[in-house]
Every structure is written in C-alpha cells, then in structure tokens.
Design a protein around this ligand. Structure first.
Ligand code: ZN
Length: 490
C-alpha cells in the first residue's frame, strides 16, 4: 500500500534485527484476554462443514497408472493416485458437460531436478525445479517429485499434490476441448490458468461430495489446504496479468478455484478474456518508486494517520462516531482484548501495539516461502497490518449501526467490510490518501489464512473456521461494496 501526498518520500520500513519470531502474546495486560475460538458458520458453497483428515482413503485401490521415472516415494504414490482419480473425474464430466469422451493423457513423467538431466518438453529437468506442467506438443504431464511435491506436502498436506496435478490435467482437458472452452492459439495465458484453477476447484468439490474412489476431502482444513497451496504459487507482486506465463495474483487464483467449487466444470470453460479483463486484480506497479519499494509503506504512527483518515472517510456515510486508532500495548484497559490490535468499546478506540505490527508488516518473502528458506525478517506486508487494524475499526462501526457484533456472521461481515474499505481506498476519486499497490490484496489473503488472524473475527476475536468463507467474504466486499456485507451476513 502507498500513502499519497508525497509518494516519492515514503521510505521502506526499517528492518528489525533478530525479529525471527513475531511475538503475539500480550504482556502486562489489564483487560480480559480472548484467545479466539474457531466457529463454524453455515456451509461451504452448499456442502456441510466437515472436519477430518483429508487425503488418500484407507481402502483406496492401487492406481493403474504408469509414469516414466516414478519411484515408490510417497509423493509419487500420491501423484499416481491423483492422476487415476482426476481421470475418473473427467471420464464422468467430459461426456456429461461437453458431449465427448475423455482421451487419456498420453505421457506422464516424474523427475527429480537434482538427478541426472533429462530432456522434457525441450528443456532440461535440471531447470525444472519447483515445477509441474502440461506440455501440449507431447500431451505430457510432468512433475518435480524431488523439490516441489515434498515442499507442498509438508507445508499444506497431501491434498496439495492432488491440487497441483488436477491443475495440470485442467490444461490437458482445455487442449482437448479447444473451441468448446474458447481456446485457440491466441488465447492468453491468464485465461488458460484461470480455467485450470477453476476445474481444480470443481474436481475438489467432487471429492468433497464423496464421489472419489481414492481421496477424501474435508470442507474445512482440506479445502483450506488446496487454497493455501495454489495461493503460495501465485505470481510475484507487480507481474502483469497479460504477460506471458502469468498465473494471476493469489486473489485471482483463489477466486477461480472457488468459482469451480461452487459452479462446476462447465462454468470454468466459459471463462474468457472479457471476463478476465473485468475482474482480474493483478496489475503492474504504477511507477519506479512503487517498484523499488515493492509497494510497501512503513508501519509508523504517521502511516496510521493515513489509515485513520481513509477509514473515517470510507465509513462516514454511516454517521457513526469514528473509532480512534491509538498507540498502546494493543490491549484494552477494560473488557476484551485481542492483541496486537484491540477494539476497546468503552473508549471507542482501536488500541495498537505498533512494534509487533511493524514486524508483521515487513515485506513478505514469497520465494523463501516457496523454497522453505524464508528470510527471518520477512513478514506478511504492510496491507496485512492495515487490514487487521481495519478489522477492529469496523467493530466500532458495526456497534454504532446496531449490527450484531458476535458470532460467525459478524466475523464474516467484518472481513467483508475490510474488503469494501480496500476497494474504497483503491478508488482514485475517494480522496483516500492510502491506495492499494500490487500485492496488497494478496497480503490481506495471506493474513486471512493465518490461524491468529482477526480479519474474519467477531468483536470477541472469535474466528470463522473455514478459509473458503473468509476469503469469499473479503472478496464480496472488495468486488461489491459495503451494502453487500450488511445484506449477506445477517
Ligand atoms: Zn497452469
């Protein structure tokens, strides 16, 4: 995010030495502590919220699938089961929705980029670390079992591997559908990527509905794993959606997965350039200063003045006495506290622990996150902090208008209102002195997926259990504005 006025003068925030651990526990707090219980709200796109370990079923058959180079490591076994399973899925869906039989993918290949180099799709496997891909000219799906798959599995769980292979099969399906998916030689990469993410979502729903022979997927943690894995392999901030190789921002990717989960494979094939132009959020940096600072504003009292002003004008139409952002230890003297940011009802204040927030607000290390070698100073980015502060500010607004402030719907309404504020701040006509820079929405989603996040929490700090609903609420507010928040989350 950027502050306006003197854009050239905004300096990158100071790095704090030795801040490897972000301290989140409050110290010396007089008020009541709230740890934030998870709560279940409604359903996940019409499916009940379920809790169990996702992955291969105990009675899953041995997949009848061969891949060049496949070994007996768990990652390859999961990959082969995923391929057998997603093939079952398309055997069913292709005739049903597109009136044709699903022709088997011709070649499958597992490789370890650290082994002796082999040629794959015209490139050496040594240059294909952290990759899984579909090669149209050979009708080949290949995956890096040495680095990428173990990394995803360790970080997100077994379903992350299924998600990646389902995405690559999405490209194989799209090549087969051609016209029926609006695909020709001129189709932009971002359209193909959005379709592939979308059918990954529709396949995941099929598993969640217990149609799969091989896998089971819970609609809470299981779906969160899938969203988390695809979110991690988002494009870097400032990439342009229409550049070659663009996958979309994390915000765009999670949108496509959720669209497929909600509406199915046929809807995915309808994604075209017009639709993408209308809703895609991935934008290049506006200027060189932005680029140099990666769009990061420092987390200081001065920046918080801009946050305060921006929030005040975004919610001025409610007529509610605006909560004041004050520096302190992030807790309230009386009543409930949710450090490092608390809404204190008795004073109508948002009390912030600026030192802790400064650590969270350090730029993210996306490459390090992917390789497992994250910089100790890395945080989640400035907008992660501003959105947390906004999430507590809107408690005061919701109280002021007499909306219920406790429970799951209040938690989702909170995320929705933060999204609505982000949209407001991003409108050049709003007069806001803060505006979004590339990557900001992803910082909000990264923050939203953190277990401790208050972004989708009610006034008590109780969070909503499923990431699907949290992300959807933020996006609803961002795309449709604050009135949708009050109408939807009641
Ligand atoms: Zn792709």
């Amino acid at each position: 995010m950027r502050t306006g006025g003197r854009p050239g003068r905004v300096k990158a925030a100071r790095l704090i030495a030795g801040s490897a651990v972000v301290a989140l526990a409050a110290t010396g707090c007089a008020g009541e502590q709230v740890t934030g219980e998870l709560q279940t709200v409604g359903d996940v796109a019409g499916l009940p919220v379920t809790h169990f370990e996702s992955g291969l079923k105990d009675d899953a058959p041995k997949p009848d699938v061969q891949a060049d180079g496949a070994t007996d490591v768990i990652e390859d076994r999961l990959a082969l089961a995923s391929i057998a399973d997603v093939t079952d899925y398309w055997d069913e869906q292709m005739p049903e929705h597109f009136g044709e039989k699903f022709a088997r993918v011709d070649k499958l290949m597992s490789y370890d980029p650290e082994d002796e180099a082999q040629d794959v799709c015209g490139t050496s496997t040594r240059d294909m670390a952290l990759n899984a891909f579909y090669c149209p000219k050979d009708d080949l799906v290949a995956w890096d079992r040495g680095v990428l798959l173990p990394l995803l599995r360790n970080k997100f769980g077994n379903m992350a591997i299924s998600a990646v292979l389902a995405h690559e099969f999405g490209h194989a399906v799209q090549t087969r559908l051609g016209d029926k998916a609006g695909i020709d030689d001129g189709t932009g990469t971002i359209v193909k990527e959005q379709q592939a993410d979308c059918v990954t979502g529709s396949y995941m729903r099929w598993i969640a509905e217990d149609e799969s022979t091989y896998f089971e997927l819970s609609t809470s943690d299981g779906v969160n794993e899938v969203l988390g894995a695809l979110f991690l392999i988002r494009d870097a901030p400032g990439a342009h959606a229409n550049e070659r190789g663009a996958h979309g921002s994390g915000f765009d990717r999670t949108y496509a997965v959720q669209l497929g989960f909600e509406e199915g494979a046929k809807r995915c094939a309808e994604i075209d350039q017009d639709e993408v132009d209308e809703r895609i959020t991935e934008v290049p940096f506006k200027n060189e200063t932005d680029q140099a600072q990666q769009g990061q504003a420092p987390i200081t009292g001065g920046t918080m003045v801009h946050v305060q002003r921006s929030l005040d004008s975004a919610f001025s139409a409610t007529g509610v006495d605006p909560p004041q952002i004050v520096e302190g230890d992030g807790t309230c003297e009386q009543g409930r506290s949710t450090p490092p940011v608390s809404y204190c009802e008795q004073d109508n204040e948002v009390n912030i622990d600026l030192a802790t927030l400064e650590k969270i607000g350090q730029p993210a290390d996306q490459v390090g996150e992917l390789t497992g070698d994250k910089s100790p100073d890395a945080g989640l980015g400035d907008f992660a902090v501003f959105s947390e502060v906004a999430s507590r500010y809107v408690q005061g607004i919701q109280l002021g208008v007499g909306a219920p402030t406790e429970g799951g719907q209040a938690g989702l309404r909170t995320a929705c209102l933060v999204g609505a504020w982000a949209k407001f701040a991003n409108n050049p006509d709003s007069g806001s002195t803060l505006y979004l820079s590339p990557g900001d929405l992803d910082e909000a989603i990264a923050e939203l997926l953190q277990p401790r996040s208050l972004l989708a929490a009610d006034i008590l700090g109780h969070r909503v259990a499923n990431g699907f609903a949290r992300i959807e609420a933020l996006r609803n507010g961002y795309l449709d504005g604050s009135s949708v928040c009050t109408e939807t989350y009641t």
